[in-house]
Design a protein around this ligand. Structure first.
Ligand code: UDP
Ligand code: MG
Length: 311
């Protein structure tokens, strides 16, 4: 049995020593072989040098350096694509996902699961972020065509069967938690309290986080665009009623001249807004289609350390 831990790293020089220490302690405590695949996602600090110094002492350490910063999900994809273990463990590199959980999750895997994913029961994060995350997961669960587990991020263990499917999927833009849920098979959540970040501020910008959220929604759900059909039908029905009322008023009464500007402007503004929103939503789908059709890779590897085919 071999384990591959995949850890994306972006400017984590202050966290790396502690991360390495704890991970190494946990993994060498297992009686199986393992590799720690660090994906250096274009770090601008000394993360790369630090990682290389670890790799020089420890043959279990492998490094994939990307040509620039591509973002968390592409970094995960890069690492998972290079993992050779029978079990692959994606894990954040800021120690919010505690390495000490891994042996317990492995025990759970032994009960015959294909995937064990960590579920956050408490988050050491600010209220706004907690609320945003919890709202997002709940909306996604409702809207998605797959059974998305609540409050599950990337941290998980997947067996070879699931990882091979993950790698085989033709789409470039992959949300680890989304695809994992989509794959199916036997899965179970593993509750844990998510720690606070070990050092510094989150490396994910707010914009990137939003992008991940919309990616999750639009790649796993057609509900946003179907909402246009439903709203459109309702609006058409209503307008039919209004037409009838207006015609009757016009033909049989003299109220019509008083009705006018206010209702007109409200209708114009309201439907103008709705139409723009749905053009935007259409655009979101088209952007993603364009992205996939163009077929550019979602990450580029600059160099690799510790792999057999490393250059
Ligand atoms: N990360 C990355 N590329 C990025 C942003 C983040 O590889 O562009 C890494 C980061 O170093 C960390 C993990 O992804 O190991 C999670 O990032 P962060 O804690 O900033 O995200 P959050 O916890 O806010 O989702
Ligand atoms: Mg974090």
């Amino acid at each position: 049995m071999k384990y591959s831990v995949v850890i994306p790293i972006y400017n984590e020089e202050d966290t790396l020593p502690e991360l390495y220490k704890r991970l190494e302690a946990v993994m060498s405590g297992l009686k199986d072989t393992y590799e720690l695949i660090f994906v250096n996602d274009g770090s601008r600090d000394r993360s790369e040098e630090t990682l290389k110094s670890y790799a020089a002492q420890n043959r279990s350490i492998k490094i994939i350096s990307l040509s620039r910063n591509f973002g968390l999900q592409p970094a995960y994809s890069a690492g998972i694509n290079h993992a050779s273990g029978d079990m692959v463990i994606p894990m954040d590199g800021d120690l919010q996902d505690p390495p000490e959980l891994i042996p317990k999750m492995i025990d759970k895997m032994r009960e015959g699961y294909d995937v064990v994913y960590a579920v956050k029961i408490k988050r050491q994060e600010n209220i706004f972020k907690r609320f945003a995350f919890s709202a997002f997961y709940r909306i996604l669960r409702r809207a998605a065509n797959v059974d998305m587990p609540l409050d599950a991020g990337s941290f998980s263990i997947m067996n070879r069967k699931v990882v091979d499917i993950f790698k085989m999927l033709p789409e470039k833009n992959r949300l680890v938690s989304g695809i994992r849920a989509w794959v199916g098979f036997r899965q179970i959540g593993f509750p844990f309290e998510r720690d606070a970040r070990f050092h510094g501020k989150p490396r994910q910008t707010f914009f990137r986080l939003m992008r991940m959220a919309t990616d999750g929604l639009f790649s796993f759900s057609s509900v946003p665009i179907q909402a246009a059909t439903v709203l459109g039908l309702i609006a058409s029905g209503l307008s039919l009623l209004i037409i009838i009322v207006v015609v009757i008023l016009k033909l049989f009464t003299d109220i019509i001249p008083v009705l006018g500007w206010a209702s007109l402007i409200v209708t114009v503004v309201f439907f103008g807004g709705i139409q723009l929103v749905f053009i935007g939503i259409l655009g979101e789908y088209i952007c993603r289609i364009f992205d996939e059709v163009r077929g550019r890779p979602h990450y580029l590897v600059k160099d690799k350390v510790g792999f057999d085919d490393a250059r």
